[in-house]
Design a protein around this ligand. Structure first.
Ligand SMILES: [Zn+2]
Length: 328
């Protein structure tokens, strides 16, 4: 069933260059806990409400003003809404329509995930590492914005997905994470130059099966063997918001993943349930919120010279669209 689109809706929300779409690293606090802690550091909440979009009511949008007067939007938890089936990810359209209308240029996304790394030993990625991902697995829910210039139409434009996560922002994040490694709060930082990690979202409502993970281990091992001169390939299993829409809209995305567990069956002795709740409630939120309040206050908008976030979109010749059935 496709939702009804109301193109008469006008945006009446805030404008901001910076936004966060972070989810599970902050789940230990809840929305109120994040807002309270930000307020404790001098962040003011200007608005906190769900906004009208052509696709229905948006997820919660929190409009913060930082102590130095910067506007920042936070859409909690990848835009997921209790009572709305997140598997279909209709929240992506609503959220990105808001980000587009708000004029967001830089977006932080923090996730938690299970690691499937075919390597053994010290070089393998493990729970406690923070990954700055290299790529991701595309999915049908990674669509455009229907009814807008950014709808899912090859005839209008195309864009490339090399370096989907802004390398300039990754470099800044890597430096910001170093003190947490030195104080043993996280195990290590794994940027693409260390390991090429791809984000994979389970196609179901829970963890993968043993076969699912074996499948990805085989893919990653083969891919690594095919390109022995490049960093090893591994997969992270958890969230991956719509990087296509971010690229389509020219948003620089800083994605970071806190590794909470080994993926299903990847380590026979590993007890997933025994570790993740502790990490989610006691370890990740403090680190993630500290980093985000810092980064969202201080980051500058990349000028595009060291990334392709804003330069990979190519409009198609109008004759391509003239070759399709025209609207009534
Ligand atoms: Zn960029």
């Amino acid at each position: 069933m496709y939702p009804k689109i109301d193109l008469t809706v006008k945006y009446d929300g805030p404008s901001a260059d910076f936004a966060s779409f972070t989810g599970s690293p902050l789940w230990g606090y809840g929305v109120d806990g994040v807002v309270e802690r930000a307020a404790g550091q001098g962040w003011r909440v200007a608005r906190r409400e769900r906004l009208k979009t052509p696709y229905g009511l948006s997820p919660l949008v929190v409009h913060f003003i930082t102590p130095k007067g910067r506007d920042v939007l936070w859409i909690p938890s990848y835009g997921e809404v209790v009572g709305e089936d997140s598997l279909y990810h209709l929240n992506f359209e609503k959220s990105f329509w808001v980000l587009w209308q708000a004029g967001v240029k830089v977006m932080l996304v923090g996730g938690t995930s299970g690691i499937a790394d075919w390597r053994q030993g010290e070089e393998a990625i493990r729970p406690g590492d923070v990954v700055l991902p290299w790529s991701f697995w595309t999915r049908p829910v990674h669509r455009g914005l229907p009814g807008t210039p950014f709808e899912s139409m090859w005839s209008k434009s195309h864009f490339l997905l090399g370096q989907p996560f802004c390398p300039e922002l990754q470099g800044i994040m890597e430096a910001k994470l170093t003190p947490f490694v030195e104080s043993d709060q996280i195990r290590g930082v794994r940027p693409p130059a260390d390991t090429r990690v791809a984000l994979v979202v389970p196609e179901s409502i829970t963890f993968e099966t043993d076969f699912d993970i074996l499948h990805w281990l085989a893919v990653a091992k083969t891919a690594s063997d095919l390109q022995p001169d490049l960093p090893t390939v591994a997969t992270l299993h958890g969230d991956c918001m719509n990087p296509l829409l971010a690229r389509y809209l020219g948003i620089h995305v800083l994605y970071y993943h806190m590794v909470s567990n080994y993926a299903q069956g990847a380590e026979q002795e590993h007890n997933i349930r025994g570790t993740i709740h502790h990490l989610y409630t006691k370890v990740f939120p403090e680190i993630a919120l500290s980093l985000e309040l810092d980064l969202l206050s201080t980051l500058e908008i990349p000028d595009g010279s060291d990334c392709v976030c804003t330069s990979s979109l190519t409009e198609a010749p109008p004759v391509f669209s003239q070759s399709l059935t025209q609207p009534e």
